[in-house]
Each structure stands twice: as C-alpha cells, then as structure tokens.
Design a protein around this ligand. Structure first.
Ligand code: ADP
Ligand code: MG
Length: 324
C-alpha cells in the first residue's frame, strides 16, 4: 500500500479503532490482533484482488483462486500466527461454471496445504474482484508486530526478491510466456506464503512484515511503526537470479526493491537470538539473508560495498496517484 493510501486510512478510519482491552493491535499492521481467550489471540486480515489491477484478466482461474488466499496467508505469516479460517467475497461479471470450478480448485489447493477452512463469504455481480478474509491464531502475547524493531537489531529477508515483478513486467509488455522464466511466472501466480518461517520467528523476531509492495516500501513500514532507521547493504540483498543478471542497474533495483508481489518476509532480530534462529531454521530448510541493521533516525539508507551510501530512485505502485 502506498503513502497516499495510508494518508487516506489515517484521515478517515484510524480513529475508528477504539482503544479497548480486546484490541491488542488495530489498523496499521499485517493483521489485527484481538484478545479472545486467556491463552490465544485472534489474527484477522482482509485483502482484495481486482482484475487488471492485481492480476491480468488473462490469468488462469486456478492461479487467481490460489493467489487470492496465498496473499492473505502471507499476512498471518508476518504476524507469526497459524492460519485457521477464511471467508471469500466473490464479485463475478457472469456465472461461468467452468471458471468458478477451476478457481475453487486453486483456492482449495492452498487452503488444504495450510489446513485453512472456508467458513463463509458473499457472491455478487460486477467487475471481477476477489476478497479473502483470513483468521488465524497465535499464543497470547506472541504476535510479531511492525513496531518492535530496535536500534542494532539485524534485518533479514527470506527467499529472493524481484522474480514476480520481472514476470509481471514481461506479461504487461505482452511478451509471450516462453520469454519469461517459468520460475518467475510461478512466483507471480503462485506466491508461497512463508507461514512456517513466521512461526519459527515467533518469540525471536522483534518486528516483521510480508513483502507485498516491495522490500523498500515494506521495510519502511517497519521503520515508521518502530521509529527507527535502517542501513541496508545492497550487496547482501538476495536478488533473484533472473533479475540479478539484468544489465540495467536501475531496472534491477526497481524490480527487486519496489516491484512487489514477493510475499517473502522481512524481519528484524536482536543479534543475541541469531543462534536460536539458525537452529530453528534447520527444521524448515528455507534460505534467509541478513541484509543490514536497524539504526537511530528515521531513514532507509542503501549502502554499497565499501560503506558508501547510494541514492536509489525507486517508484512504488500507487492505487491513487493523483492529488485529488
Ligand atoms: P497489507 O499490505 O499487509 O495487506 P495494507 O498495506 O493493505 O496491509 O494495509 C495497512 C493497514 O491498513 C492494515 O492494518 C489494514 O488493516 C489497514 N487498512 C487498510 N484499508 C483500510 C480501511 N479501509 N479501513 C480500515 N483499515 C484499513
Ligand atoms: Mg502484509
């Protein structure tokens, strides 16, 4: 979500989150956190995918079904929670039984992979749009917020960055699928929410966010929520292979840092927790990279080899780009 959308929410909706005992975390994180029992908290998040905004209308129904739940699962992963239930609001231009069947199969695949049960929804007529609300649980007091990063914490990112954005860029330019590496197309259409990793971070990470808008914007959300700055070492960033080989440096950083749709996790870790994290990671065997440190201040500093700071001119996606 871009700065302008945050302004809008701040102005009109943030005040509606009442400070009361049952709400541990309202507007402003990957999921809301509510007190529901003496030992558990409820996590709730909702995301909408609109045709030709969040996915090309040419996308297979199966992939749309898969991705619509995957992006919501990713928010539960970022909170360190266990996804449990989902509701699905579908707006369809017409009843196309084959399309709906295939969409449902894609949705069911990832729901089954994560033991998520669909418990309700809504169906309406209109331009194609899919809204998934996800609910999950986490042990009381252990959800990972965006606001916990502290000076000297290490900054990590999981997996690699930029593959989905490269696929998207190519598909938008109407290049035939064959010219786009399959790995990148898969990352765009079938993101893999890092739910296992999120749970491993529980009790260790000081802050976390999932990378939906791009590493730069999403790390910045942690910085703003935590009131800190960051120094990120460009050389340590896990840029996906197909992006890393691009000759155009600006395009490379744009895709890896501002392209979005990665659905990896960015998190911060007090350095003393590093050995425990490494031990726990053996269980899931998934790569993470330490890419920098949290510092005092409020800016995101990009550092080159040798320690010099560089300015990167990154442009993020905006739903409401004009000043109106
Ligand atoms: P994410 O990318 O993790 O899904 P977003 O960037 O979409 O999160 O949203 C940021 C925060 O703003 C979230 O806490 C979300 O719940 C909240 N939010 C977004 N839109 C609205 C709205 N219309 N009313 C209330 N809260 C909103
Ligand atoms: Mg998120």
């Amino acid at each position: 979500m871009s700065v302008r959308e945050f302004d809008l929410i701040d102005r009109y909706f943030s005040g509606l989150t009442k400070t009361e005992k049952s709400v541990i975390c309202g507007i402003g994180d990957d999921a809301a956190v509510m007190n529901i029992s003496s030992d558990q908290e409820l996590l709730v998040s909702v995301d909408t995918l609109v045709s030709d905004i969040h996915f090309l209308s040419s996308t297979e129904a199966y992939d749309i079904g898969y991705k619509s739940l995957a992006v919501s699962l990713s928010d539960i992963a970022a909170m360190g929670g266990v996804p449990r239930w989902a509701t699905l609001a579908l707006t369809l231009p017409k009843i196309d039984a084959d399309w709906i069947q295939t969409f449902a199969e894609g949705f069911a695949q990832i729901a089954n992979e994560h033991s998520v049960t669909l418990v309700g929804g809504d169906t309406t007529k209109g331009p194609l749009s899919i809204t998934v609300q996800i609910m999950g649980t986490v042990a009381r007091g252990s959800s990972i917020k965006r606001s916990g990063a502290r000076v000297d914490d290490l900054i990590y990112v999981s997996g690699c960055l930029g593959a989905a954005a490269l696929a998207n860029e190519n598909l938008l330019a109407k290049k035939v699928d064959k010219s786009v590496p399959k790995y990148c197309i898969d990352r765009l259409h079938r993101p893999m929410p890092r739910v296992d990793l999120g749970q491993i971070l529980n009790g260790l990470a000081s802050a976390a966010i999932d990378i939906s808008d791009g590493f730069a914007a999403d790390l910045n959300h942690i910085l703003v929520a935590s009131g800190v700055a960051a120094r990120v070492d460009l050389n340590s960033l896990p840029v996906c292979e197909d992006v890393a080989v691009l000759k155009d440096e600006d395009q490379k950083w744009q895709l890896a840092l501002a392209g979005g749709d990665d659905y990896e996790l960015c998190f911060t870790l007090p350095a003393q927790h590093k050995p425990v994290l490494e031990k726990r990671l053996e269980k899931i065997n998934y790569p993470i990279s330490c890419v920098g440190t949290i510092a005092a201040g409020d800016k995101l500093h990009w550092m080159q080899k040798g320690g010099a700071e560089v300015n990167l001119d990154l442009t993020g996606f905006q739903h409401f780009p004009t000043k109106d």
